[in-house]
Ligand binder design. Structure first.
Ligand SMILES: Cc1ncc(COP(=O)(O)O)c(C=O)c1O
Length: 394
């Protein structure tokens, strides 16, 4: 008996990506508006795009580069990490986006049979990255019901009670889908808990500049901590696929293992994307923050649209580009609600079940300009009013 036609249990056991389901759903509609995907509406800095336009004939652009990233980009990133993130002892590897960075880390740190820890609601791609690499023992911990902060007391107990000790704790800060920003003392406490337990802590800082109402993003550093960053949302570079990993420079052998994986998957991140990133960094965080300021209005518009669910049921929005809303008890089937909202009201959001929290929806306020956000939010508000007062009528 041959093995043709038999697919891996790892792949079969991995959830279907929610964003592909959402795209299929949107394709069934005539004029959908999306508050679903985590994207921003802006493009990379004009000056940076103009500079790379001139580079396309340079043969180096079409060749491979060093697996770990162009030296000049890595130098610029280390400077940025030192000055902005206060990460002074970190080495850098450039990746084809933050998602690839995460998979690279899971492959470098975890074995089949290891357990790992996430907090619910979690970032769906981090969950599936564990699943698809055979790390199926995923311990999902609680968050505080009001703040949505990860429960550090639970983490401390779980890391000391679970034998063997879980290998990795995974966090996103500011959160996707929670939209919350972790206060520095909590982040430090979680980092210390991981250190004491001998467990890795991976923090995804994709939304580092997406902070509102005067709050500040912070990072922690330590031999047990690995930080991930992305150019996707910050510089509007989603399609350029560029991110990076910052890890302790004291770790013997860590870089060598990361490089094995890197060399077998992308080899290197796209060279033109790295050059664009270098020029985008010349514009700097100020350029990003200016655009993030413009999202405050979008957040307000979308928050208002969620009011039919009851103000107490809407959380997040302190950071990142997400609001997280609880659906009425009688409508716990969030995917059904998402399909109904799409077909009847022409607006698409993400079902909470994809993040381990059925009965909720994630709503993004970053992907559309203000006028379009208003239109999408109006559809959402009408839909939710109908849902609350009349149910899912056809
Ligand atoms: C928390 C988080 N990490 C990573 C990504 C993907 O980033 P990248 O495009 O750099 O792979 C996203 C995109 O939505 C995200 O929200």
């Amino acid at each position: 008996m041959g093995s043709f036609g038999m697919l891996s249990r790892r792949a079969l056991g991995t959830e279907v990506p929610v964003m592909t389901q959402i795209r299929e759903l949107a394709a069934e509609l005539t004029n959908p508006m999306s508050l679903a995907q985590g994207v921003v509406y802006w493009q990379p800095p004009q000056k940076a795009l103009d500079k790379v336009k001139e580079l396309v004939w340079d043969p180096a652009i079409s060749s491979y580069g060093p697996d770990e990233g162009l030296p000049e980009l890595r130098v610029a990133l280390q400077k940025k990490l030192r000055e902005e993130n206060k990460l002074t002892k970190s080495a850098v590897m450039v990746t084809a986006g933050a998602n690839q960075a995460f998979v690279n880390l899971v492959l470098a740190l975890c074995d089949h049979g290891d357990s790992v820890v996430m907090f619910q609601p979690y970032y769906f791609n981090a969950y599936t990255a564990f699943q698809m690499t055979g790390v199926t023992n995923i311990i999902v911990g609680p968050r505080h019901p009001h703040t949505l902060y990860p429960d550090a007391d639970w983490l401390e107990r779980t890391l000391s009670d679970s034998k063997p000790t879980p290998k990795v704790v995974s966090l996103v800060n500011p959160g996707n889908p929670s939209g919350t920003n972790l206060p520095e003392p909590l982040l430090k406490r979680i980092s210390d808990i991981c250190k004491d337990a001998g467990c890795w802590l991976i923090i995804d800082n994709t939304y580092e500049y997406f902070m509102y109402d005067g709050s500040k993003h912070c990072c922690v550093e330590g031999d047990q901590v690995v930080n991930i960053f992305s150019f996707s949302k910050t510089y509007g570079m989603m399609g350029w696929r560029l991110g990076y990993i910052a890890y302790s420079e004291n770790l013997d052998g860590f870089a060598a293992e990361l490089l094995k994986i890197q060399d077998n998957i992308p080899i290197c991140a796209s060279i033109i994307s790295q050059r664009l990133a270098l020029h985008a960094l010349e514009e700097g965080g100020g350029w990003v923050r200016e655009r993030v300021k413009g999202l405050v209005k979008n957040r307000e518009i979308v928050k208002e649209a969620l009011e039919p669910l009851g103000k107490e049921n809407v959380k997040g929005g302190e950071g990142a580009i997400y609001l997280w809303a609880k659906l009425p008890e009688e409508h716990r089937d969030d995917f059904k609600v998402v399909r109904w909202l799409a077909h009847r009201h022409g607006v698409v959001v993400v079902p909470g079940c994809a993040c381990g929290s059925p009965g909720h929806v994630r709503v993004s306020f970053g992907g559309l300009k203000e006028e379009e956000t208003r239109e999408a939010a109006e559809r959402l508000r009408k839909g939710l009013e109908e849902l609350v007062h009349r149910g899912m009528v056809e």
